[in-house]
Design a protein around this ligand. Structure first.
Ligand SMILES: *Cc1c(COP(=O)(O)O)cnc(C)c1O
Length: 384
């Protein structure tokens, strides 16, 4: 089978595209018919694979795509999807021509940037832009109605520019306390009111806001983390309107099994010492795969049972302690289900971070295996 020949190491990530489609469809059920869903596929779709996720999301009903950087927009265009594609972050003014040519919408938050970009556009070229408002995130965006109106006026007087949208981003939509969210929401509504004319897409909601606050859905929601089946924060998990399905899992296979005698040591620094006779297995996965040293002590699932990582995690390998002998080649699940389940949230807690960071840090050395209806439909391994 050619598809199964695309990688030769015994460590791989699986992305269940059915789960992504399910998360998108469930979110769409909550939206009104004029409320569109833009699938956020920045950062290689949070480590899941931008082209594969974009195709799945659009097939499931997403009507737009969003990325952080222009290069990511070019990458996701390989999917050949005829939906609006927005760059949410800052772009250089000199990409304006290519953006216009490729139908990629850019974000604008500075008049000087826009003037420079416009000068670089040729006659007949039209660049679509969304104006970003900073209502309390303190990241990108215009802060006053005056700046907003100035940018709007410049866009409207230029035949080379089209105002496609206006948006803002929430800093606390994933927190139980909604006060700061409400302040940002009101500030945004006021800024939108200050426009001479509303553009087609007025949008503000990330996953948390779109799932929790119907009023924030406006013309479109920017659906990121929950499309991948993850809760925007542990605190709002009980408040989510439908159960999410985690699409990403990480697996490996035992390379060697050995019996240690009491007092024998494991890995760099010889920090782990066998307390008696112990079965120790070596796994071909390490920190260069994104399986960081900080995960020492974390459990994994071998033969359906939770077992601990012992000793320091190396660049390419780590060791686990088995309750009994298991044969080399036994499948071990690091993230995901194998009778037991290890969620992305559990790994995030262990790493003292948020679930967003976990799939993003699984490096390109780990092949991505895409599954649909239980079958492998594609394998991506940039190494070979
Ligand atoms: C990343 C991002 C999103 C998606 O946020 P999630 O919490 O993953 O849904 C939406 N809008 C902007 C501006 C972003 O940068």
């Amino acid at each position: 089978m050619e598809k199964e020949q695309k990688f030769y190491r015994d460590t791989w990530a699986e992305i269940n595209l059915d789960d992504i489609a399910y998360n998108v469809k469930e979110a769409l059920k909550l939206l009104g018919k004029n409320e569109k869903l833009f699938a956020v596929v920045k950062a290689n779709a949070y480590g899941h694979g931008d082209v594969q996720v974009a195709k799945t999301a659009v097939e499931a009903g997403a009507e737009g795509l969003a990325v952080a950087f222009f290069d990511e927009a070019l990458s996701v265009q390989k999917a050949g999807l005829a939906v609006p594609l927005l760059v949410l972050g800052a772009s250089r003014p000199d990409v304006a021509g290519l953006a216009a040519e490729r139908d990629i919408s850019l974000t604008v938050f500075r008049l000087e940037w826009l003037q420079e970009a416009e000068k670089l556009l040729e006659d007949q070229q039209v660049l679509r832009v969304h104006i970003k408002c900073d209502t309390g995130m303190g990241r990108l965006g215009v802060k006053t109605k005056e700046e907003l109106r100035e940018i709007e006026a410049f866009i409207r007087q230029s035949p080379k520019l089209a105002l496609e949208g206006v948006f803002t981003h929430f800093a606390t939509a994933d927190e139980v306390d909604t006060e700061y969210f409400e302040d940002q929401y009101s500030a945004f509504r006021e800024m939108v009111e200050a426009l001479e004319e509303k553009p087609p897409f007025v949008h503000c909601a990330n996953s948390a806001a779109s799932l929790r606050f119907p009023k924030a859905r406006l013309d479109a929601v920017r659906f990121g983390i929950s499309m991948y089946g993850l809760s925007p924060s542990p605190d709002i998990k009980p408040l989510l309107p439908f159960p999410l399905k985690q699409a990403f899992s990480l697996h490996t296979k035992i390379a060697q099994v050995k019996k240690l005698k009491r007092g024998e040591k494991i890995s760099y620094g010889a920090t782990y010492e066998a307390q008696g006779e112990e079965w120790i297995a070596t796994l071909p996965v390490g920190y260069a795969d994104g399986w960081l040293r900080r995960l020492q002590g974390q459990e994994v699932i071998a033969d359906g049972r939770r077992v601990p990582i012992v000793g320091r995690i190396c660049m390419d390998q780590c060791m686990i302690r088995l309750p009994e002998y298991m044969s080399p080649g036994t499948k071990v699940t690091l993230i995901g289900k194998q009778e037991e389940e290890i969620t992305m949230d559990e790994i995030a807690v262990k790493m003292d971070t948020i679930n967003y960071e976990v799939p993003c840090m699984i490096t390109a050395r780990v092949p991505r295996v895409y599954k649909k209806s239980g079958k492998i439909v594609e394998i991506v391994n940039p190494l070979i």
